[in-house]
Design a protein around this ligand. Structure first.
Ligand SMILES: [Zn+2]
Length: 261
């Protein structure tokens, strides 16, 4: 199986009209991977009964305070990500004045974005378009969330969750996939990349009343299943080996979402 950078480079060769998009994500991956590699601490976990209580109450496990966020390092990562996003979305615009002015500003925005993503789905900020600073911080939080989620997820019995949001960080799913053996459906977190078990039937997007916020997947094909106008991409690994194939998806726009305003 190829690495993420290799897969993105191959995708760029295969779809030259989207090459700059894949290059952006290769850059984001490089920055996030480096940040994650620098996290040496171990996550302070609650004891098993406390984890279980949160699980049964439908509360995600991670708190902002548990993330090993060093403010200066996080601001530096955020600035690098902001410049990569600007280069792709608005190379001719001056955007620096729209970004947090100092390290504390980046840190407090990170906390706000983290907590919004952990709120119950109906209380979340449902805006379709985020500011550059918000998009940046969401990307900069990913390595920290992935690092923490990887440590907490093995302690959870996923059969007791089956919810439409991530049991680790509370994030919404980017897409679903069907497992190769039994065909169980898993959702993949848009924030921490966790994979969690979900019911085989029913559209998680429709249940959540999700709005299209992800800018990660440049789906060019119109909906082929129109039971709802939301977005649920499912990838099946049951009939394929190394190359998953999309078995159904719903997407209302042919082009990637527009940049921030
Ligand atoms: Zn998550």
């Amino acid at each position: 199986m190829s690495s993420v950078p290799e897969a993105l480079a191959e995708a760029a060769r295969r779809e030259p009209d989207l090459a700059s998009y894949y290059e952006l994500h290769a850059k984001l991956f490089e920055l996030q991977d480096k940040a994650r590699g620098e996290l040496a601490a171990r996550l302070e976990l609650a004891d098993q009964p406390a984890l279980q209580v949160r699980l049964l109450q439908g509360r995600s496990q991670l708190s902002f305070a548990q993330l090993p966020l060093e403010a200066g390092r996080f601001a530096k990562l955020s600035l690098a990500i902001a410049m990569a996003l600007k280069e792709y979305y608005a190379p001719d615009r001056v955007v620096e004045q729209t970004l947090p002015a100092n390290i504390a500003g980046w840190f407090s925005l990170a906390q706000r974005r983290f907590e919004d993503g952990c709120a119950s789905p109906e209380k979340r900020d449902g805006r379709m378009e985020l500011t550059l600073a918000e998009m940046t911080v969401d990307q900069a939080l990913k390595p920290y969330l992935a690092w923490a989620a990887e440590q907490v997820l093995p302690h959870l019995d996923q059969r007791q969750w089956l919810r439409t949001y991530c049991p680790a960080c509370g994030g919404l799913p980017d897409f679903a996939f069907l497992a190769k053996e039994a065909g169980d459906r898993y959702l993949v977190c848009s924030r921490c990349n966790s994979q969690w078990l979900y019911r085989r039937l029913g559209c998680p997007s429709a249940i959540l009343k999700m709005t299209p916020r992800s800018f990660i997947i440049p789906v060019k094909t119109k909906s082929i299943a129109s039971m709802c106008a939301m977005h649920a991409i499912a990838i099946s690994r049951r009939w394929t080996c190394d190359r998953p194939r999309r078995v159904c998806w719903q997407w209302s726009n042919a082009s990637p979402p527009s940049p921030w305003t």
